[in-house]
Ligand binder design. Structure first.
Ligand code: UDP
Length: 256
């Protein structure tokens, strides 16, 4: 009997044929500031709508998408603390800001026909679901975009760490971090004309060079779970679609 004939009589073959095709699943993290557009504060409806359109294109291509939106366009705990507030209280206000952004993005996505659910790490049961991992998984399998709000649900953390945690929990193939620059630079490109962009970096390089693209907790979590981070400019039209298809300017963080 040939090797092939042996293989065709293997008992687990029918299991493989009937196995559901595993869809690509990604987590997209966007800072709250990306929703401001040209304003200095808050949510710009046109920017929100444009972002939703970009997400829809990825969703329509059959990729499962979950989202984490920051809150920096409304309130950051650290700014409140700098003005004399107790840090933990200020951080809870920051988490509430991320819920407002999540609702704005939910509204923008549903307006263009993308089914969504918002799940919050702190209980606000009148306006959205609590975070329940298995329920979130089910929503995604049913074709809904899940928006994770309130970070990890504890003060002294950021939505970057929330995004890293959810990406690991949801089994995402990568974490896409949309920023207002084209990737990770050696220095702040808005301040230093000699700043150069990296195409690739390891997690350890990001930490050792103190590149501050995400907080160290988030980077470490991604390193432990070997989930690549792709940093790109969310303000550029079609860039999200391009980087998800392996094209377009970005920085990829992976490898030891
Ligand atoms: N925050 C928090 N715990 C979390 C996530 C967020 O306390 O797990 C608070 C924190 O005050 C933070 C604010 O929410 O400053 C907004 O989140 P972030 O600064 O990450 O937003 P971004 O910079 O991405 O817009």
């Amino acid at each position: 009997m040939s090797e092939n004939a042996n293989a065709s009589s293997a008992p687990n073959q029918s299991v493989e044929i009937n196995a559901p095709i595993k869809k690509r699943r990604i987590l997209l993290k966007m800072s709250g500031e990306a929703l401001m557009g040209d304003s200095a504060f808050g949510i710009d409806p046109a920017t929100c709508a444009a972002f939703a359109k970009e997400v829809k294109e990825v969703y329509d291509s059959g990729i499962e998408v979950c989202l984490v939106i920051g809150g920096g366009n409304i309130f950051r705990g650290i700014s409140g603390a700098a003005q004399g507030m107790e840090r933990a209280t200020a951080d809870y206000m920051g988490m509430l800001a991320t819920i407002m952004n999540a609702l704005a993005v939910q509204n923008a996505l549903e307006t263009i026909g993308v089914p969504t659910r918002v799940q919050s790490a702190i209980q606000v049961s009148s306006i959205c679901e609590p975070y329940i991992r298995r329920r979130a998984q089910r929503h995604m399998e049913k074709g809904r975009v899940v928006i994770f709000a309130a970070g990890v649900g504890s003060p002294f953390f950021t939505t970057d760490t929330g995004a890293a945690l959810r990406a690991a929990e949801m089994g995402c193939e990568a974490l896409y971090k949309g920023t207002s620059v084209d990737g990770v630079y050696s220095a702040d490109p808005k301040k230093d004309p000699n700043a150069t962009r990296y195409d690739n970096l390891s997690y350890t390089e990001v930490l050792q060079k103190n590149l501050r693209i995400m907080d160290a907790t988030a980077i470490s979590l991604m390193r432990e779970n070997a989930i690549p981070i792709i940093v790109f400019n969310i303000r550029e039209k079609d860039r999200l679609k391009q980087v998800i298809n392996g094209q377009g300017i970005c920085t990829t963080i992976c490898g030891k």
